[in-house]
Design a protein around this ligand. Structure first.
Ligand code: FMN
Length: 263
């Protein structure tokens, strides 16, 4: 996937999960631009597609099993749909879904991943799905309520790593300060990825120009999705750190970023 490095690297720094939204509609120009981004992302893998609905997130929440927190109405939401039973479909859903989240962030929109089993009969919104498709996650889209946003921003400036695992925890074979800059930037960028209840169920290994992303503990569908989110952050950080390369699903761990050639 072609990564707009600076734009998404910036989005990684400014993205927070937002539960509170203004009632304000998304500007037509912004929505159109985001829809174009999503059209492009839908071309990347056969296994995943995204779609925006101009309905409030609160209209679909009752159809999602579980506890979500206290969401206010949003002018729109996006669904992340897994299209097939392909081998790495959950990881790709995380990878592509997070790409859309970072695009939305770049457009000034708030987001929040919500993943759960979907019961279509419990919502009036008609989420069109073909046989074999499955809704993996949703996110509200809208302008976050400002006071909430400012507080979050302020707290994060005061305590930048308040709620993230240490680099030693993220790299169980040891984090080496002498690793190349692109590797350290990749791992730092991945550490701010979103995950359910902020569990950060991933770990990273580096060697031979490859950063491997793997699940911590037993793998599950949603852990693989979250590792897909972390993989995109790894790739953005690696590219921002000057590496050129590509992602690979499977082979080692859940997925890897492999540095190729010399810049
Ligand atoms: C797959 C997934 C599901 C999530 N589900 C919820 C949810 O149901 N409700 C919620 O408020 N946040 C949800 N989150 C957001 C996390 O709570 C959030 O990413 C984490 O606490 C870190 O905070 P941050 O995203 O602001 O950095 C989810 C995140 C992911 C990746």
């Amino acid at each position: 996937m072609k990564i707009p490095i600076k734009k998404w690297y910036e989005s990684v720094q400014t993205r927070y999960s937002q539960q509170k939204y203004m009632s304000r509609e998304i500007k037509p120009f912004t929505l159109k631009a985001l829809e174009k981004n999503i059209k492009d992302l839908n071309e990347v893998y056969d296994e995943v597609r995204l779609k925006i609905y101009k309905n409030s997130i609160t209209e679909i929440l009752p159809a999602l099993n579980g506890k979500y927190g206290n969401f206010t109405d949003s002018p729109a939401f996006m669904v992340i749909i897994i299209k097939s039973t392909g081998e790495h479909h959950w990881t790709k859903a995380g990878y592509i879904g997070e790409a859309a989240v970072l695009e939305a962030t770049a457009h000034g929109l708030g987001t929040c991943w919500i993943g759960a089993r979907f019961e279509p009969s419990k919502t009036n919104v008609n989420i069109e799905m073909e046989a074999g498709e499955r809704l993996a996650a949703v996110t509200p889209l809208g302008y976050s309520s400002e006071s909430y946003n400012i507080t979050r921003h302020f707290i994060s400036k005061l305590f930048p790593h308040r709620d993230r695992k240490s680099l030693d925890e993220l790299c169980p074979d040891g984090y080496n300060k002498d690793w190349p800059g692109w590797v350290k930037n990749a791992i730092k960028t991945a550490s701010s990825a979103p995950s359910r209840l902020n569990r950060q169920p991933w770990q990273f290994f580096y060697g031979d120009n490859r950063i491997v992303v793997d699940c911590k503990g037993k793998s599950s569908a949603y852990k693989r999705l979250e590792c897909g989110i972390a993989l995109l952050h790894i790739e953005i950080g690696a590219l921002d750190g000057g590496a050129e390369g590509r992602v690979e699903f499977g082979e080692m761990g859940i997925a890897s970023f492999i540095k190729e050639g010399e810049k």
